[in-house]
Design a protein around this ligand. Sequence first.
Ligand SMILES: [Fe+2]
Length: 247
Amino acid sequence: MSVLVDLHCHVHPGVDDGPTDEAESAALLRALADAGVRRLAATSHVRPDRGWMNTAPTEPERAARLERVRAAAGVDVEVVRGAEHYWHEDVFGDLDRFAELAVPFGSSRWVLVEAAYLGPPPGFAEVLFGLHRKGFRVLLAHVERFPYLEGDRALLDRLHGMGVRFQVNLGSLAGAHGRVQKHAAERVLKTGLVSVLAGDCHRASDVDANIVRGLAAARRVIDEATLRRLCLEGPSAILDDAPAERV
Ligand SMILES: [Fe+2]
């Protein structure tokens, strides 16, 4: 498998902890394309606690700038919109406001959600259910980072049954974030509940560990058909706005 759809990339210049300028954005786009990524979602952070508010009202401006960077660099990759929505009161406390701020993937209703790091937020499943009632479909980012999630099979099953889908970082499988996250990523992958593997690259130098070595590490845990489902078919279904049962 040499063609990937990467639903988790920080490629916009100067908006979060991703590329600091257009040259770094262009270098990252080129490295992703060279690693086999043909479509990617530009999922800059929505994180009020860090001052990063890459929300819907300002998305067209970011997309236009990135498209100029991509075209000038001559990189053959399709970029679709998105954002990584961090679990914060100012983002998820009021779901009407969330609907105004959110940047779903492409033209779909799927949103990438980054859970809280300190522990299970109060009302976690209830808010996720509320998002579904508002018509959103939820992909939870790098679930291996949250012990209260990946270590709780009953919670994973419950969320999966509600239609929530799970993303794991390829870099975690490669050990890019240490042994604890590597083992957590392998454990959660073996549950069969993961729908998407992604790069979560922030700069060109991340691509080797997060994608190239990540794919090699994934192959030691899952077979080629599963790898293809998680890196290509699952992400493509999300961009096609498929219902959760088909992702
Ligand atoms: Fe991210």
